[in-house]
Design a protein around this ligand. Structure first.
Ligand code: ARG
Length: 485
């Protein structure tokens, strides 16, 4: 078996086997094997075009790399297991297949720019998948908001019943928060836009390479600016973990709402048996475990951001082996966030609102006190005066153990002449909701306008995700690129 990592290629012939094994990143960076193969195929294409490698040799190398890529896609590529990382494993396998010509591949390249390339391509694909799922969930939440707009429930401030809202405003709030996280995924994608390959170990190459060509073949719009910065730059990975954490944060807060609203204390939503877990002891339980797990798992998303921040904060400029530790946080983020998005996307359609319980929480009328005061303002009463009169009316109702809604116009008039039958109509939750047509408000037209913005936002996120080239498309483009000319 070839042992490049410990011999010629890395000059590490004397390194203790136990330390080679301990310091190996292969177990983790196997994850971007596809990216590594395509990055090398693009690199060798460029080397041929620049006459740095004979066309025949380049063709043999590129064919072998693309064949290995196809084998990897089919799950049939076996790599030598004891290498220091995926880059050395690929080079070693190439040597096994082609012999000495494999030694030409690493011309004008270092593993420092190579790993920066692989990781960027990997993050780009993961961020695109995550963005697509995020956009789809935003779109679903917007549709659900429209479907549920006639259900009225209390909005909470300080976790106390505050004011009546359309359920559409709640679904819309979840969508709005999630779409902001989507914007951060777009930012993470933008951070991946510059190709690092060609930066070399830290200062570029004395050979006449064409960085724009490899960038184009690999789907980057530009090349990175500064070689020394490039090999130590993990800002894109940091942005990715941060964007992932923000998606999880949005899902976590949504989950808390669902968990609370599913309690018998609230009872605003009912969980379908397909998403509710039982208790091993209490036969009556229908637990919101999926939402609790999403909330719990978001802790790891936060942890990954902290890990990345801490990893890079004290590093000197340039490449440092510490950066190999970027792998855990970066690789974990995709499955973590995508799993949570999937769990919420599957669960939410199986969470039904219970309109009677929502309505019952508003029936006493106290949550409509502000709406009553605003009805008086519409009659010309100064707000502070209306606020005091309604406050006194509320106290009266409480003292007499009555609901605000049951106070007659005759009694109300004692508190203020503007508190007539017309003003008291504001105590109907639906009337109160319909009256709030200020921009961003819960009134039907205001809500419809928000939902149109959300729909457009979700489409924009989706388009950005779809603009990211797939690895298959990249492989096809490389295969077609002439080796001379
Ligand atoms: N295994 C390394 C990593 O994953 C590859 C780069 C190593 N570079 C080096 N000069 N040792 O970051």
């Amino acid at each position: 078996m070839s042992t490049i990592a410990r011999t010629g290629a890395t000059g590490g012939a004397g390194m203790l086997p136990e330390l080679v094994a301990w310091s190996s990143s292969f177990e983790h960076d196997r994850a971007f094997l596809h990216e590594d193969l395509l990055g090398s195929a693009a690199h060798v294409t460029m080397l041929a075009r620049q006459r740095l490698v004979e066309v025949q040799d380049a063709k043999a190398l590129r064919d072998a790399l693309l064949a290995m890529h196809a084998e990897a896609t089919a799950g049939e590529l076996a790599l030598p297991p004891h290498e220091e990382d995926v880059h050395m494993a690929v080079e070693s396998e190439l040597g096994r297949r082609l012999g000495a010509v494999a030694g030409r591949l690493h011309t004008a390249r270092s593993r420092n720019d190579q790993v920066a390339l692989d990781l960027r391509m990997y993050v780009r694909a993961q961020a695109a998948t995550t963005l697509r799922q995020t956009a789809d969930l935003c779109a679903y939440l917007g549709e659900r908001a429209r479907a549920e707009r006639d259900v009225v429930l209390p909005a909470y401030t300080h976790r106390q019943r505050a004011q009546p809202i359309s359920a559409g405003l709640l679904f819309g709030a979840w969508a709005t928060q999630l779409s902001r996280a989507g914007d951060l995924l777009v930012h993470a994608l933008d951070s991946c836009e510059r190709s690092p390959i060609g930066a070399g170990a830290c200062s570029g190459s004395s050979l006449p390479i064409d960085r724009a060509l490899t960038a184009r073949l690999l789907g980057f719009s530009r090349v990175s600016l500064n070689a020394l910065d490039t090999v130590g730059d993990r800002d894109f990975a940091l942005d990715w973990t941060w964007a992932g954490a923000r998606v999880l944060l949005a899902l976590s807060r949504l989950s808390t709402d669902v968990i609370d609203f599913a309690t018998s204390e609230f009872g605003f939503v009912a969980l379908d048996g397909e998403i509710a877990a039982g208790s091993s002891m209490m036969p009556q339980k229908k637990n919101p475990d999926m939402f609790e797990l999403v909330r719990g798992e978001s802790a790891r998303g936060v942890g990954n951001v902290v890990a990345m921040l801490t990893l890079v904060k004290g590093l000197p400029t340039g490449y440092n082996r510490d950066l190999q530790e970027d792998r855990r946080a970066t690789l974990e983020t995709g499955p973590l966030v995508q799993g949570a998005l999937r769990a919420v996307s599957l669960s939410l359609p199986r969470v039904a609102l219970v309109p009677e319980r929502c309505a019952a929480a508003l029936a006493e009328g106290f949550t409509q006190a502000t709406d009553l005061a605003e009805a008086m303002v519409r009659k010309g009463v100064p707000f502070r005066e209306a606020y005091k009169a309604v406050g006194a009316l509320v106290r009266h109702a409480v003292d007499h153990k009555r609901s605000l809604a049951s106070i007659s116009p005759k009694v109300a008039a004692d508190f203020h002449p503007a508190l007539d039958a017309e003003a008291l109509e504001a105590l109907s939750p639906t009337t109160a909701v319909h009256a709030k047509e200020s921009e961003g408000g819960t009134g039907p037209r205001a809500l419809e306008a928000q939902l149109a913005v959300l729909r457009e936002h979700a489409e924009r996120l989706r388009k950005r995700a779809d603009a990211v080239p797939t690895l298959e498309a990249i492989a096809r483009a490389i295969a077609k690129e002439p080796l001379e000319g």
